[in-house]
Design a binder for this molecule. Structure first.
Ligand SMILES: C[S@@+](CC[C@H](N)C(=O)[O-])C[C@H]1O[C@@H](n2cnc3c(N)ncnc32)[C@H](O)[C@@H]1O
Length: 258
């Protein structure tokens, strides 16, 4: 059932519907701090239901997304029409896409980058982003590092969000130990939705690629289009850059297009 939960965008949008303002503030702060460009047009890779992209459009940016799942795209576009925001979404794999017009900044949120399972897919992804991002533009990637058999998020995460009469509980955990030889984790996610007294549960077991800092940097070196200019932690504090260690889990890489 790969990526099954993304076939249910209405429930995804509630379950992942926390207040995005901290993430949006952080993205804008990255544009100001790390880019020498006046950022006007922004691209999100794997934009889903437009959780962040619609927020950026509301803040005055021209918002463009690349997304592979048409259920997510239809939902994001309907939501943007309701809120009278404008989104442009290209239905494509983020390892194989192009845009008609270049962007000033790009970002990829909550581990979406790790869905690219092979070295080739990850290389192609950076080549695609590199081909549409202006020189000196930043690419912000929020992902989880898995560096050793023992350094990975072990505890299941679970939370519940209520919105407009729908209650969605999201559970996520890494199943077993990471397979570092093949650079894979198996990740189990479930969405349990309760609406008008009826409960529905959607589950997915997805493979995701693992990265250490060295693996990530050597991938970028092979592409030759980006430099890492900073790392930040998942507290989204722009004035607190961090240095990855072998124990680092979730991290945000700030890349700059050369
Ligand atoms: C964890 S969700 C994140 C959605 C959104 N960025 C957010 O922050 O809520 C991952 C999204 O990436 C999409 N996705 C996964 N693999 C993809 C690929 N290879 N190309 C484009 N989109 C992809 C999924 O369909 C899903 O909408």
């Amino acid at each position: 059932m790969p990526l099954e939960i993304y076939n249910h965008p209405r429930y995804y949008d509630v379950g992942f519907g926390w207040d995005p303002s901290t993430e949006l503030d952080f993205l804008e702060a990255c544009f100001r701090k790390y880019s020498m460009l006046h950022v006007r047009r922004v691209l999100e890779l794997g934009c889903g239901t437009g959780r962040l992209l619609i927020g950026l459009a509301n803040r005055g940016y021209e918002a463009v997304g690349v997304e592979v799942n048409h259920h997510m795209i239809d939902f994001a576009l309907a939501k943007s029409r309701q809120t009278e925001t404008r989104l442009g979404i290209v239905e494509a794999d983020m390892a194989e896409f192009t845009l008609d017009e270049k962007v000033d900044a790009a970002f990829c949120a909550i581990d979406t980058f790790r869905y690219l399972l092979t070295e080739d897919a990850a290389l192609n992804h950076f080549r695609c982003v590199g081909s549409v991002l202006r020189p000196n533009g930043v690419y912000v990637i929020d992902f989880t590092m898995v560096g050793s058999p023992n350094s990975y998020p072990k505890d299941p995460e679970e939370w519940t969000i209520d919105r407009e009469g729908i209650r969605v509980t999201v559970m996520h955990k890494i199943v077993g130990k990471p397979d570092l030889m093949n650079r894979r984790t198996l990740e189990h996610t479930s969405l349990t939705a309760v609406e008008e007294g009826i409960t529905e549960k959607f589950e997915a077991k997805d493979l995701m690629r693992t990265y250490t800092e060295d693996e990530f940097e050597s991938l970028l070196k092979s592409v030759g289009l980006f430099n890492v200019v900073a790392w930040h932690g998942p507290n989204f504090q722009i004035d607190q850059p961090v240095t990855p260690t072998p124990e680092t889990e979730r991290i945000i890489a700030i890349l700059k297009r050369v």
